[in-house]
Design a protein around this ligand. Structure first.
Ligand SMILES: NC(=O)c1ccc[n+]([C@@H]2O[C@H](COP(=O)([O-])OP(=O)(O)OC[C@H]3O[C@@H](n4cnc5c(N)ncnc54)[C@H](O)[C@@H]3O)[C@@H](O)[C@H]2O)c1
Length: 466
């Protein structure tokens, strides 16, 4: 990106959502006049923080934790202290259901187990909220579809990425037909050597636990694509390989703490420096043998670390997608080609960031912000055919997945009745469709053939999701 951007006009935009929650508080998200009784199953890092402590801190008048569940009793005891709650704890989910009568079950266990708790919750006619991915394969997806059909209650899928102002701005521009109907998309996601490697240290490195990164990670990306394009994926062709981690490593150890190769391994990670990880994982290894700082070169790793797919949508848009897991930087790029022009967006690409803009312009942009102290501004480019391009600066928070996390919470717990013109709220169909793209990619790699999404479940792809 060169400095010519600084000579161009700057549109200054903050999503409506970025202005923060401003709606009156209803009875609560689930239509009740008392506090919402919530339970959490899976008291690991995501459960205890985002769906745990944050809810306790942010919405004390709206909800109360009435039970926590985890198969690891040590982690469960730590979770209670960390979250600052005083509710009963259970290692048996059936007992939790029997004794706590919750209004909402929040599922934050290992991906391969989500379906168990979703199905039990829906069968008991209790609302369920699950972390992504919905599940890891097509059979479990179909079982969940059946369970929701028979249930009086609903499933929410926590797709936080959709809610960031930057992602929202892309949706708004596409929705408003700024560049006309979309015919093709290039979408590339780069995980750096730190974040990327973290998926190879624990259960995510095993296909039967996380469904490979085609599902565990790419579910976010496929959901964004489905939502942005407002169409269902129809067919997937993919390549993938494991070329860097796992058995490809030059050496391996039992785990980082005890490894004889500490001094020569680029991936050496000292978990003992993180008090939280020690308390959450290391101090509870005795109960289930869950090792958080496993070797990224261990032989049992059976997922892909290089992934590339072509996805054809029911509205005829075609997508070129890739996921890289050992990049020197963390970031992503997308380009939408439409009948009337092109939209380009990217985040965190070091060679394309705001530092290429003049300080004066940056300052002007910042001064125009109501919440400049905690906002950053990221550009996206709209280039209409036969016209000059324009740059739109989108303001959003750095943390919490670009501000997506807190907006997702507010929608669910604080402002459930707020208008949703861009269809941010995600349910079962969205969860299923994003997982099925990853499942199709896995099947395509194995069979070396394109795989039809319609062959995987009872959902039939539709050109227009509305
Ligand atoms: N949306 C996001 O940005 C985001 C970010 C991180 C994690 N996640 C998702 O959150 C979930 C949890 O991830 P994490 O990083 O906290 O993992 P984690 O390993 O720290 O926690 C998982 C917890 O589930 C427990 N568990 C596993 N199987 C169980 C069972 N059968 N019954 C009861 N408890 C069981 C484990 O003991 C552990 O405490 C995953 O589904 C992950 O994909 C989402």
């Amino acid at each position: 990106m060169d400095n010519k951007f600084s000579r161009r006009s700057f549109l200054y935009s903050v999503s409506m959502l970025a202005a923060g929650a401003a709606m009156p508080i209803p009875a609560n998200a689930f239509g009740q006049k008392k506090k919402l009784r919530v339970v959490l199953v899976g008291t690991g890092v995501r459960g205890t923080s985002f769906w745990g402590k944050r809810l306790v801190d942010q919405y004390p008048e709206l909800l109360e934790f009435v039970g926590l569940c985890d198969s690891n009793p040590g982690r469960l005891a730590y979770a209670k202290t960390y979250m600052g709650v005083d509710c009963p704890t259970f290692t048996d989910f059936d007992e939790l259901l029997e004794k706590t009568s919750p209004d909402l079950i929040m599922v934050t266990t290992t991906d391969s187990t989500h379906h168990e708790f979703i199905i039990k919750g829906l069968k008991a006619d209790i609302d369920v909220l699950t972390e992504k991915p919905l599940t890891i394969d097509e059979d479990k997806t179909q079982d969940i579809l059946k369970a929701e059909k028979k249930s009086k209650k609903n499933l929410i899928v926590g797709f936080n990425y959709r809610w960031s102002p930057y992602m929202t701005k892309i949706k708004e521009l596409l929705h408003n037909q700024e560049i006309g109907d979309i015919t093709s998309v290039d979408f590339h996601w780069y995980l750096n050597n730190h974040h990327g490697a973290s998926y190879f240290r624990r259960w995510h490195g095993l296909a039967d636990k996380g469904g490979t990164l085609w599902v565990h990670k790419a579910t976010h990306h496929f959901d964004l694509l489905n939502w942005w394009l407002d169409s269902d994926p129809e067919e997937v062709f993919a390549y993938g390989a494991l070329e860097h981690y796992g058995s490809n490593g030059p050496f391996r150890g039992e785990n980082c703490r005890t490894c004889p190769h500490k001094n020569e391994c680029d991936y050496y990670w000292d978990i003992t420096k993180s008090a939280r990880d020690m308390k959450l994982y290391v101090e509870n290894e005795e109960y289930d043998g869950y090792i958080r700082d496993n070797c990224v070169y261990r032989h049992e790793i059976d997922i892909y670390d290089k992934m590339s797919a072509q996805i054809k949508y029911a509205n005829n848009a075609v997508v070129n997608y890739s996921l890289t897991t050992y990049s020197p930087y963390e970031g992503w790029k997308i380009a939408f080609n439409g009948r009337k022009g092109r939209l380009e967006a990217w985040l965190d690409i070091p060679y394309m960031n705001n530092s290429n803009l003049s300080q004066e312009e940056l300052h002007a942009a910042e001064m125009d912000q109501s919440r400049k102290d905690d906002m950053v501004h990221e550009p996206l480019v709209v280039h209409k055919n036969f016209q000059d391009f324009k740059i739109i600066q989108v303001g959003s928070e750095r943390g919490g997945h670009g501000g997506g996390d807190k907006r997702l919470h507010d929608k669910i717990f604080l402002n459930p009745d707020a208008p949703d013109p861009l269809k941010h709220a995600a349910g079962l169909r969205d969860g299923a469709m994003s997982v099925l793209v990853g499942v199709a990619a896995r099947k395509s790699i194995k069979s070396n053939r394109p795989v039809k999404i319609a062959s995987l479940s009872s959902i039939k792809p539709s050109p227009n999701r509305a």
